[in-house]
Design a protein around this ligand. Sequence first.
Ligand SMILES: [Mn+2]
Length: 373
Amino acid sequence: MRLLHTADWHLGKVLKGVDRTPEIGEALKALLEIVKGERVDLVLVSGDLFDRPQVSAEAEAYAVEFFLRLRELGVPALVIAGNHDPKERLEALSPLFALAGAEVRGRLLFREEGGVVEVGGLRAALLPFVSERALVKRLFQEAEDRHRTYAEAMRRVLANLESPLMLAHIALEGVRPGGGEFYFHLSGSYAVPPSALPLSARYLALGHVHRQQQASEAPLAWYPGSLVQLDFGEGEEAERGALLVELPPAGPPRVHPIRERWGKPLKTFRLRPEELDGRLWEMERFPGYLRLVVEGRLSPREKERFYQALPHLLAIEGRGEGLEPAGGQGPELGFAEAYARYLEERGRKEEALLARFAQVLEEVELEALEAGA
Ligand SMILES: [Mn+2]
């Protein structure tokens, strides 16, 4: 049996005002060519088809087109929701997807609830992303058990779903993230230790981490990586693409990494103000999107000059500039501080407003933690 394993499409991704959907759509067309050319029997999509709960109609159209073309090719698909996906929406649309030959799973189902399906004589487990809150609540009903960890809960879920083929949208401990932005989500409570993976699984088709890599040897587990470089924080050099997996009737599967450079590359230039003009030609020639981090101050007029000269420049960030974000790790001025300054400018610096803002901020940050990468 020949499988095509893909994940982390992130259709609908908008990077600093630029909609990446057409680039991702092109990559999906390339995937279909691989399915045809390599005579693939089954396609596995391990989560994050979409970038956020509400995406453009165009983003949805690309996904619909992909599954309809697969159906034309007579190739079934197994699909799980990632942390970014509109999981309730995917779940609601799953009967329609089923008509196209795609089994779509938006929420966690245990084995006894249909969490394991059969396709082409093969048993496959479908484990979409589950938030810590949902998982701990589901598994540990007793209050004294609530302190138990995400990892421990996932160990139980994985054991329950144990199958020769498993799709899961999880972060395995010890994997190399796509770039700086992902360390946050991969460290701490959301990481699952490789020892939690069932040894009897022949292949674990993972999604969540955007850098292509083998995540475990026994059992065999891989991340295919994202289709395109999604963010400046993801290294230009990080491997990504898809995986072709040969699953013989017996014996170990063979994984053939397909390393591709679909979509436009993203690059960050870190320069001192006096270097800028000398490197302008290099930036002009760069075929993708640019971010410029200036080690020092740059006047608004200077910035405007660079934006004019470089149409594919998406952001200029300065260090030591007050309001400008530093190095893409969030605003240098905290949100609360920025809001306080704003209120001050309006002559309304009221403690009650600030306190309410801090509370909302905390809620948003908690939500973001749950949403993960
Ligand atoms: Mn993702």
